[in-house]
Design a binder for this molecule. Structure first.
Ligand SMILES: Cc1ncc(COP(=O)(O)O)c(C=O)c1O
Length: 486
């Protein structure tokens, strides 16, 4: 005979009775962490290794369940040394935003509500919030009214979605139904990218069936911008056929924008061609009056991607894809099954715009961020980060031996020290170890550089100045360690 399920916690009703206290405790822990962000060391605990973390986290899977509060306290203690303060106003690595308070609070509720944002019927609230937020963002980012919107995990999956819509559209124009017949035997698609394309776009191309090596790479200039004359030349030389061109707004190292108006002119010479724009962080420039002109022509594209978890400062994960031709978007991502409600005459089902079936209701956090910031707040945040980036670039450029390699047109700064790869890498490592700020290294057009990305809602000039002072200190230490003057 089956015995009633029992854990070491007792019955579900007994367990649930302890939940309010557990959640209050977790909230206090979360609030404590959040309050410590401005003063916390930015990197993980000094010297902590993966083996140290394994020793703290690892254990045999318990046979009997453990008391939830002890589990949470144990988790906090075990992971604490391995946490990186990504939300710090002095975290300048990769392109990482923090979280504005309203978005964080909405994210807590999103977990508690535990909605499945797949179908209208599964969560009318999540479906309608997506619709409203999609409209706001289309307007804020200067995209054509009526674009369809998908809420993805990040820009990589947004690319995947936009490129699947592109694949559908360019093959449909030559009479091929890729959703029905696949890519085997399909007319070949010419895919064109800039030489400084982001690796996530190349990954998305691989996932939609275009090999990495098949993409034609258009030469770029010293800032990483696609050269439009080269694009014109390549398009003129290609025989006729389905074509997808991928441009970018915000090169991951320099922040540079492809000249989108000129790129769109070139694409327009090829009827039926599709223009996709990677705007993972750069698309937010459209929301800032002082920066908007960098994106001139972006509204002429067919699909666009960006991240709310980058510059809108919404907690992970939160990506966005916009597609001009909503029918192509739905053709690529739509799904049907006997047990799912039919799309006929129904409300918008989020599932038809993204790769996943079941998914988190990400739009709640985006909604809260946008309402709490307002149009003015988004503009102010983006412009302030760019101003801090310029100030840091100026501060560093004033140091003998420090070269700012890029035009600081957005929030990205590339710096190189003593024109020396090894020294530059050493300074990056020392800054990471120092803990005042965190930033990474890169190689741009063959030269090692320090990469600074200012993307946090709370970063101030003082954070920038403090970080520049730390970098200068580390530079002096690195020179001394090599036996130089420091
Ligand atoms: C220009 C650009 N495109 C795409 C991506 C990938 O975004 P995600 O990590 O959200 O997939 C990034 C991430 O830094 C990026 O900077």
């Amino acid at each position: 005979m089956d015995r009633p399920a029992r854990t070491s916690l007792g019955s579900p009703a007994e367990t649930e009775a302890g939940t309010p206290d557990l959640l209050r405790h977790a909230a206090e822990l979360a609030i404590g962490y959040r309050s410590s962000i401005p003063s916390r060391r930015v990197g993980p605990a000094r010297g902590v290794t993966a083996d140290d973390l394994r020793a703290m986290v690892g254990r045999p899977l318990p046979e009997a369940g453990e008391e939830p509060r002890a589990v949470i306290d144990g988790l906090v203690a075990a992971v604490e040394p391995g946490l990186v303060t990504l939300g710090s106003p002095r975290y300048f690595g990769f392109v990482i935003g923090g979280s504005v308070p309203a978005a964080l609070a909405a994210d807590w509720l999103t977990s508690t509500w535990d909605q499945n944002a797949n179908l209208y019927v599964a969560s009318p609230a999540a479906a309608v919030v997506e619709e409203v937020v999609g409209g706001w963002l289309t307007d804020l980012l200067g995209l054509p009214a009526g674009c369809s919107v998908g809420f993805t995990t990040g820009t990589t999956m947004a690319h995947f979605t936009g490129l699947a819509a592109a694949r559908h559209s360019v093959l449909r124009t030559v009479g091929w139904d890729v959703e029905e017949d696949g890519l085997s035997g399909a007319p070949p698609i010419q895919v064109i990218v800039g030489a400084d394309v982001h690796s996530s776009l190349v990954k998305a191309l691989r996932m939609v069936g275009f090999g990495r090596g098949r993409a034609i790479r258009i030469p770029t200039d010293e800032e990483g911008r696609m050269r439009p004359a080269e694009l014109h030349r390549v398009l003129a030389e290609l025989g006729p056929g389905p074509t997808i061109v991928c441009a970018q707004a915000g090169e991951v190292n320099t922040g540079a924008f492809d000249p989108l108006d000129k790129v769109a002119d070139a694409v327009a010479t090829r009827p039926g061609a599709w223009l996709h724009v990677d705007g993972a962080f750069g698309l937010w420039a459209a929301a800032a009056p002082g920066l908007r002109s960098r994106l001139d022509g972006h509204d002429r594209a067919d699909s666009w991607t960006t991240d709310a978890h980058k510059w809108l400062n919404v907690p992970y994960d939160s990506g966005l894809v916009f597609v001009r031709d909503a029918a192509a978007h739905r053709a690529a991502m739509g799904i049907s099954a006997a047990y799912l409600p039919s799309a006929e005459g129904a409300e918008r089902d989020p599932i038809d715009y993204v790769p996943e079936m079941s998914r988190r209701a990400r739009a709640f956090g985006v909604y809260a961020a946008l309402r709490s910031l307002g149009r003015a707040g988004v503009a102010e945040m983006v412009e302030r980060d760019c101003a801090v980036a310029r100030r840091m670039a100026d501060g560093l450029a004033a140091e003998p031996g420090a070269d700012v390699l890029n035009e600081v047109v957005l929030n990205q700064v590339l710096v190189r020290f003593d024109d020396d790869d090894a020294l530059t890498r050493d300074v990056v490592a020392r800054v990471q170890e120092d803990g005042t700020a965190w930033l990474g290294g890169t190689v741009f057009h063959g030269r090692a550089a320090m990469r600074i990305s200012v993307s946090n809602w709370a970063t101030t000039e003082a954070d920038g100045d403090r970080s520049v002072a730390a970098i200068v200190r580390c530079l002096a230490d690195a020179r001394r360690a090599r036996g130089g003057s420091g």
